[in-house]
Design a protein around this ligand. Structure first.
Ligand code: CU
Length: 101
Protein backbone atom coordinates (compact mmCIF):
# COMPACT_ATOMS: atom_id res chain seq x y z
CA UNK A 1 0.00 0.00 0.00
CA UNK A 2 1.37 3.46 -0.95
CA UNK A 3 1.39 6.49 1.31
CA UNK A 4 1.02 9.99 -0.12
CA UNK A 5 3.80 12.52 0.49
CA UNK A 6 2.77 15.07 3.10
CA UNK A 7 1.48 18.06 1.17
CA UNK A 8 2.57 20.55 3.82
CA UNK A 9 6.23 19.69 3.21
CA UNK A 10 5.98 20.66 -0.43
CA UNK A 11 4.12 23.90 0.26
CA UNK A 12 6.66 25.05 2.84
CA UNK A 13 9.30 25.34 0.11
CA UNK A 14 7.28 27.74 -2.00
CA UNK A 15 7.03 30.88 0.12
CA UNK A 16 10.40 32.30 1.13
CA UNK A 17 11.13 36.02 1.47
CA UNK A 18 13.56 37.80 -0.84
CA UNK A 19 17.09 37.62 0.49
CA UNK A 20 18.83 40.76 1.70
CA UNK A 21 21.76 41.75 -0.46
CA UNK A 22 24.89 43.83 -0.18
CA UNK A 23 25.11 46.81 -2.51
CA UNK A 24 28.57 48.10 -3.37
CA UNK A 25 29.35 51.81 -3.64
CA UNK A 26 32.85 52.91 -4.64
CA UNK A 27 34.51 56.10 -3.45
CA UNK A 28 37.13 57.33 -5.91
CA UNK A 29 38.56 60.85 -6.19
CA UNK A 30 35.95 62.30 -3.80
CA UNK A 31 32.95 60.82 -5.60
CA UNK A 32 30.40 58.23 -4.45
CA UNK A 33 29.67 55.90 -7.35
CA UNK A 34 26.91 55.18 -8.05
CA UNK A 35 25.73 58.38 -6.42
CA UNK A 36 22.16 57.11 -6.20
CA UNK A 37 21.23 53.58 -5.15
CA UNK A 38 17.97 51.67 -4.82
CA UNK A 39 17.80 49.25 -1.89
CA UNK A 40 15.43 47.43 0.44
CA UNK A 41 15.15 47.41 4.22
CA UNK A 42 17.60 44.76 5.44
CA UNK A 43 20.08 45.36 2.62
CA UNK A 44 23.64 46.40 3.42
CA UNK A 45 25.43 49.25 1.70
CA UNK A 46 29.18 48.67 1.53
CA UNK A 47 31.51 51.51 0.58
CA UNK A 48 34.97 50.84 -0.80
CA UNK A 49 37.29 53.81 -0.40
CA UNK A 50 39.96 53.91 -3.11
CA UNK A 51 41.27 57.28 -2.01
CA UNK A 52 44.32 57.81 0.22
CA UNK A 53 42.33 59.75 2.82
CA UNK A 54 39.35 58.89 5.00
CA UNK A 55 35.73 59.62 4.12
CA UNK A 56 32.43 59.24 5.91
CA UNK A 57 28.91 58.36 4.87
CA UNK A 58 26.85 60.51 7.19
CA UNK A 59 23.12 61.09 7.48
CA UNK A 60 22.11 64.25 9.31
CA UNK A 61 20.45 63.05 12.52
CA UNK A 62 21.09 59.43 11.50
CA UNK A 63 23.90 56.98 10.97
CA UNK A 64 27.54 57.86 10.47
CA UNK A 65 30.05 55.49 8.92
CA UNK A 66 33.76 56.26 8.68
CA UNK A 67 35.56 54.65 5.75
CA UNK A 68 39.32 54.58 6.19
CA UNK A 69 41.70 55.03 3.21
CA UNK A 70 41.99 51.93 1.02
CA UNK A 71 39.36 50.28 3.21
CA UNK A 72 35.66 49.50 3.51
CA UNK A 73 32.74 50.55 5.66
CA UNK A 74 29.15 49.40 5.75
CA UNK A 75 25.70 50.00 7.14
CA UNK A 76 22.59 47.82 7.19
CA UNK A 77 19.43 49.71 6.27
CA UNK A 78 16.75 49.52 8.94
CA UNK A 79 14.12 51.98 7.70
CA UNK A 80 12.35 52.67 4.42
CA UNK A 81 12.45 56.05 2.75
CA UNK A 82 14.70 58.39 0.85
CA UNK A 83 18.09 59.02 2.46
CA UNK A 84 20.59 61.74 1.60
CA UNK A 85 24.10 61.27 2.93
CA UNK A 86 27.35 63.16 2.65
CA UNK A 87 30.99 63.08 3.74
CA UNK A 88 31.74 65.10 6.89
CA UNK A 89 35.28 65.84 5.67
CA UNK A 90 34.23 66.84 2.15
CA UNK A 91 30.68 68.22 2.26
CA UNK A 92 30.53 68.38 -1.53
CA UNK A 93 30.53 64.57 -1.58
CA UNK A 94 26.90 63.50 -1.66
CA UNK A 95 25.03 60.24 -2.08
CA UNK A 96 21.42 59.16 -2.13
CA UNK A 97 19.56 55.98 -1.21
CA UNK A 98 16.00 54.99 -2.10
CA UNK A 99 15.04 52.38 0.46
CA UNK A 100 11.85 50.40 -0.14
CA UNK A 101 10.14 48.36 2.62
CU1 CU B 1 35.32 62.60 2.09
Amino acid sequence: MRTALPLATALALVASPALATTIEVTIDKLVFSPASVQAKVGDTIEWTNKDVFAHTATVKGGWDVTIQPKSKGKVTLKAAGAVDYFCRFHPNMKGHLEVSP
